[in-house]
Design a protein around this ligand. Structure first.
Ligand SMILES: Nc1ncnc2c1ncn2[C@@H]1O[C@H](COP(=O)(O)OP(=O)(O)O)[C@@H](O)[C@H]1O
Ligand SMILES: [Mg+2]
Length: 257
């Protein structure tokens, strides 16, 4: 569990996060949604310690990250997996070498144990046949899966995904969403996903946090989306025509088939 309390972040006196409090639960896909520029990436960067908050607490199972020494932050980082926008794979390494990299750096496992763990992670994301390929030789969806395999190699307690579906077609996005969802359940990970993809919101929105201009404006599950009465949230959700139609149909009691 990660608990954020009254988190504020300013750049040169301009407040981008305006006092955010959220509990991110273990074993759940916790979504952060909102328009581009609303503060999602800044929030996640604060969470993982890439940025320092101006004020507020970030409690990792009780441990307050902004108060930790840099060596304690380093330690904590090893409990985090990250999948950031793009896949951020190393182009000069094969898929296997990419997945093995965190193990080599941080695990203390022997070479053969590393190889076993790498193979396990590749199998988990259905890439066991692609280990020898370079990122330039595989599709966007495979790159994402490789990034997921690398992110789970150290058995993380916390998993951060910033726009994991950017650049993917809807079908591949669904596969990636489901993979992240299943891994979250299997290993009881506290997973935090930034997205503005409404398909993800409806498919894996177990706990949705809607941010607008640095404020937390709405919270709920995918089941709550259609009955929301928050205007800003509805504007965001129903910006797409399809959702407008569904909402209008719900209001008139018509069932769409
Ligand atoms: N390092 C930075 N310095 C100054 N302003 C920043 C910095 N990073 C982000 N911002 C600003 O913070 C706001 C939120 O950005 P961001 O979190 O990236 O939005 P998004 O919700 O699209 O991920 C934007 O107005 C952006 O310009
Ligand atoms: Mg962003």
């Amino acid at each position: 569990m990660i608990e954020v309390k009254d988190l504020e972040k300013s750049f040169d006196g301009r407040m981008v996060l305006k006092g955010i409090s959220i509990v991110f639960e273990a074993g759940k896909t916790n979504l952060i949604i909102g328009q581009s520029g609303s503060g999602k990436t800044v929030l996640v960067k604060n969470l993982v310690g890439l940025m320092r908050p101006t004020s507020g607490q970030i409690l990792y199972d009780g441990r307050d990250l902004p108060k930790m020494s840099s060596s304690d932050v380093k330690q904590l980082r090893q409990e985090m997996g990250m999948i950031f926008q793009g896949s951020a794979l190393f182009d000069s390494m094969t898929v296997s070498e990419n997945v093995n990299f965190p193990l080599m750096m941080f695990s203390g496992l022997s070479k053969s144990e590393q190889a076993k763990r790498t193979q396990f992670c590749l199998e988990r994301v259905n890439l066991s046949d692609a280990g020898h390929l370079y990122p330039s030789e595989i599709s966007g969806g495979m790159m994402k899966r490789a990034a997921i395999a690398r992110a789970i190699s150290l058995n993380p307690k916390y998993l951060f995904c910033d726009e994991p579906n950017s650049g993917l077609d809807p079908q591949t996005s669904l596969v990636i969403d489901e993979l992240i969802h299943d891994i979250t359940k299997e290993y009881n990970i506290t997973t935090i996903i930034n997205t503005h993809d409404m398909n993800s919101v409806m498919n894996i929105g177990e706990k949705i946090n809607f941010i607008k201009e640095g404020n937390l404006e709405w919270q709920g599950t995918s089941d709550d989306v259609m009955s929301s009465t928050n205007e800003d949230f509805n504007d965001f959700v129903f910006a797409s025509d399809l959702f407008k139609k569904v909402k209008a149909a719900e209001n008139t009691g018509i069932k769409l088939t």
